[in-house]
Design a protein. Structure first.
Length: 197
């Protein structure tokens, strides 16, 4: 099991992104689906890094394997960084439609629509310090949703360089520029040095 990393998620799409990027590194990735005994983790931190670290530590304690955990969210400048760490539960637990409605209501009358998606990845192993990397994508919030792909705030998040929202992009196109994709690239660049120390 020395080349095994547990990704602290049940999201198989998320896991697939990591597997594809690290394909050449001879790493076996497992997810929480492989460890049904692990209970729901209370992510009660005050930042993306704190939440990812809480998740990583909890999974490490129960598996004794290196763990990769993430926390992500949308930061809107005119709302002082909201919804931030509360992105998935902004208006109710993982209710995308309600979250989008609340976001648009809170942005009514505001000229600045600039925003970014942020992902923080934490890689934890008992023998060494944790490795923390971030990835972001800049954009702006539209007045109404566009596109049927993606999830969460994707239909409202417009990427100027592409001329479309994340929900109007193919999965491949989105992964090439997304916050999680950028975070994975940053992790990949620093992985070998951290893994071998």
């Amino acid at each position: 099991m020395s080349n095994t990393i547990v990704i602290a998620t049940n999201n198989q799409n998320k896991a697939r992104e990591f597997k594809e990027m690290f394909d050449a590194k001879n790493i076996t990735f497992k997810t929480l689906a492989d460890f049904p005994e692990i209970n729901k983790i209370d992510e009660n931190g005050n930042s993306f890094e704190e939440n990812a670290t809480i998740k990583a530590k909890a999974v490490y304690e129960q598996t004794k394997l290196p763990v990769l955990a993430d926390d992500s969210g949308l930061e809107v400048d005119a709302l002082n960084g909201e919804p931030g760490i509360h992105s998935a539960r902004y208006a109710g637990d993982h209710d995308d439609k309600a979250n989008n409605i609340k976001l648009l209501k809170n942005l009514e009358g505001k000229d600045d629509r600039s925003a970014r998606f942020v992902t923080c990845l934490v890689l934890l192993n008992h023998q060494k310090d944790k490795l923390v990397v971030y990835g972001t994508i800049e954009g702006e919030i539209l007045d109404s949703p566009r596109g049927a792909n993606g999830f969460g705030y994707d239909p409202l998040f417009f990427v100027k360089s592409k001329g479309k929202t994340l929900a109007e992009m193919s999965e491949h196109e989105k992964n090439e520029i997304s916050h999680r994709g950028n975070a994975i690239k940053n992790l990949y660049d620093r992985f070998d040095e951290w893994w071998k120390d």
